[in-house]
Design a binder for this molecule. Sequence first.
Ligand code: CP
Ligand code: NVA
Length: 305
Amino acid sequence: MKVKHFLQFNDLSKDELEYLFERTRLIKQKFKSYQQYWPLTDRTLVMIFEKASTRTRLSFEAGMQQLGGSAIYLNTRDSQLGRGEPVEDAGQVISRMSDIVMIRTFEQSIIERFAANSRVPVINGLTNEYHPCQILADIYTYIEQRGSIQGKTVAWIGDSNNMCNTWLQAAEILDFNVHVSTPPGYEVEPERAGLYGHEHYEEFKDPMEAARNADLVTTDVWTSMGWEAENDERLKDFADWQVDEDMMAVAAPDALFMHCLPAHRGEEVSAGVMSSPQSVVWEEAENRLHVQKALMEYLLLGKIK
Ligand code: CP
Ligand code: NVA
């Protein structure tokens, strides 16, 4: 049987996503009411980090333990991955000793090569191109707060990075619209974003126009992990792309604000917007735990009848 991976958002169909969101709701409910739920007893998750993390590590490790399994943390510094062992060999070996693997790395091609050699499901915990687990949490958070995202407008303000690409893929599957505004020179690259069409997104030169009437305004750091050498240049190039109170004022009256975190107040978002009633950043972070529990359950056990 073919192993099911989650390497990019469109690895899951609309039907699978709807199933996952429903499981997330139930699994979250169990967690909130202190009900023990151990469907993954004796299963082992290996987490491989080639970049820093707080939320991703914590949510996967805690999530696996809460489902009755255990999690092992590996990083480039203390494993042979940092000393040039081919990723194909790592895929063969690690997947013989575990039940499921999560990887945070640089190029998408690295995780794809690992997965092609893995006997067990592989989950993308962030690559240069995509951050699919975060968008699962973000969309679940939207649904929880406002209902279906179908037909809604998400304004993406800032860098066309891994988060932006994943929003664009999600819009194609779940039928909503993304208004993107990036500074010149930082525009969306459709092929890199894994897009098939241009139907679900529109680009705006002016970030205020992208945010106008949006149901959700979202942004991310101006300098992602791996691009640190460009930081000074980016601080200048992105200066007019801050989500602030004036920008939220042109969005829909009940618009939400999201940020995957970590945030840089005073750069991509003002301190006021971060702590405004429209901001759901803490709910968004918490929901990483619940959606990823549903994801691991699905990849390992399939649909629960
Ligand atoms: N949002 C997110 O992935 O956070 P970490 O980098 O802390 O894992
Ligand atoms: N775009 C950011 C997200 C961090 C969670 C990065 O890749 O660094």
